[in-house]
Design a protein around this ligand. Structure first.
Ligand SMILES: [Zn+2]
Length: 412
């Protein structure tokens, strides 16, 4: 029976969201936390975008060093042979790619405006997969953008051609959040049965159903005999109303009625990382966690009314579906309420040593401390907010990697 894997797209769909973004160090931290959490793959960026090159290459280096292991680091590009070649010229070591192209009539007529027809879409996709494979890609996912508004026969043909050319997965993109759990279950089951290819569920929240659609789609894929790969983002950050929330998807699979007994993760997921990764993403994106967010919201385990408070005090199971400790909550957190020394782009050695000393990080000599401080200043220039303890630890532990991944040289 098929299994469920998670592919987190925070570092692609999340960062391309209007008004939001992450520094390259911030994206690296997300990859580190996803890896710790047991997420199968991170869609870690855009290999054809020049300012991503250093960040992508250094994260691949962390993978080679065994630091970002076993997570797969995969880049998102358009499904054209030209983009594949450009990706390999800018990021030669990239091993995993997802190739994206629009498949719906709406997009083909509304975006390409007569310059491409359906046959062109199929040919371009085939060429792009061939190019990726000949450049040495270990896995290739093929994204049917706007799949939910795509004619079923064409979607089946598209998926079959992707499979024939050696694609490892089809990404079913409900780009506009148009599906509901019933429609996505049916179409994904059909695709899995007829084409016989593992399927990714990429769902958006325009109708408030991103998580439910992801779960129903995954059930369709597995019932159709294939593995399912659910696309998530941390805190559901993504285009417009967002993507399927990582923690909510994990909770739904582990806790909802009948699911956990029937459907299994391909890799063990450490839900206990939830609090850490969600808090970090909230800080790094500058987007507060909603008070009622599943699992990690301030009210997720709060009770005030008489009947609920009495019930939960007698037995938490009366009014809580799962325990807060499972999400890594409940540990005391140090919040400075008096004097505070924080990192900044104009930090000096004395404040920096104080900050690092509090985390019990010491340096061999003054030169080493000065070097790490200089990197911390640059990280602050890019983040425009004080670094968190894990970011400071990362820079102190991997100064060479930190230097490279922050390096951006416009128009050279
Ligand atoms: Zn998307």
């Amino acid at each position: 029976m098929g299994k469920i894997y998670l592919i987190d797209v925070t570092n692609r769909d999340g960062v391309q969201t209007a008004k939001l973004g992450l520094s390259k160090l911030g994206k690296t931290m997300i990859n580190m936390y996803l890896n710790e959490m047991g997420v199968y793959q991170s869609e870690f960026g855009f290999p054809t975008t020049r300012h991503e090159s250093h960040y992508l290459q250094e994260n691949l280096k962390l993978a080679e060093m065994g630091v970002l292991q076993p997570i797969h680091l995969e880049g998102w590009i358009r499904a054209t042979a030209g983009d594949v070649e450009r990706a390999y010229s800018l990021v030669p070591n990239i091993k995993h790619l997802n190739l994206s192209i629009s498949t719906s009539d709406q997009m083909i007529t509304g975006k390409f405006r007569g310059s491409k027809n359906k046959e062109d879409i199929l040919a371009m996709t085939a060429d792009a997969i061939d190019a990726a494979k000949s450049n040495g890609a270990e896995t290739v996912g093929v994204n049917a953008e706007d799949a939910s508004r795509t004619d079923t026969d064409f979607l089946l043909r598209f998926a079959s051609i992707a499979k024939e050319h050696g694609a490892d997965r089809l990404r079913y993109c409900d780009t506009l959040g148009y599906d509901n759990p019933f429609t996505i279950y049916e179409i994904c089951k059909l695709l899995a049965e007829k084409v016989g290819i593992p399927i990714e569920l990429h769902c958006h929240g325009d109708l408030g159903m991103a998580v439910a659609n992801s779960i129903a789609g995954a059930k369709g894929v597995i019932d159709g005999g294939q593995d399912a790969y659910i696309n998530t983002t941390v805190n559901g950050i993504g285009e417009r109303a967002g993507n399927a929330d990582l923690v909510a998807v994990v909770l739904a699979l582990k806790k909802s009625r009948g699911l956990a007994k029937k459907y299994k993760f391909g890799m063990p997921i450490r839900l206990s990382m939830a609090w850490k990764i969600c808090k970090y993403a909230s800080y790094a994106f500058g987007v507060p966690i909603a008070i009622n967010q599943p699992g990690v919201g301030a009210n997720a385990f709060a009770h005030a009314s008489g009947i609920h408070a009495d019930g939960v005090l007698k037995d938490p199971k009366n009014y809580e579906l799962y325990d807060f400790k499972e999400l890594g909550r409940g540990e005391p957190e140090m919040v400075e309420t008096g004097r505070e020394i924080c990192s900044g782009q104009y930090s000096g050695i004395s404040g920096f040593r104080h900050l690092m000393g509090k985390m019990e990080i010491s340096f061999k000599n003054r030169d080493e401390a000065e070097r790490v401080l200089e990197l911390v200043r640059y990280a602050n220039v890019l983040a425009q907010k004080p670094l968190v303890a894990d970011e400071l630890r990362f820079i102190a532990k991997y100064p060479d990697i930190a230097k490279e991944l922050m390096t951006i040289a416009p128009l050279t």
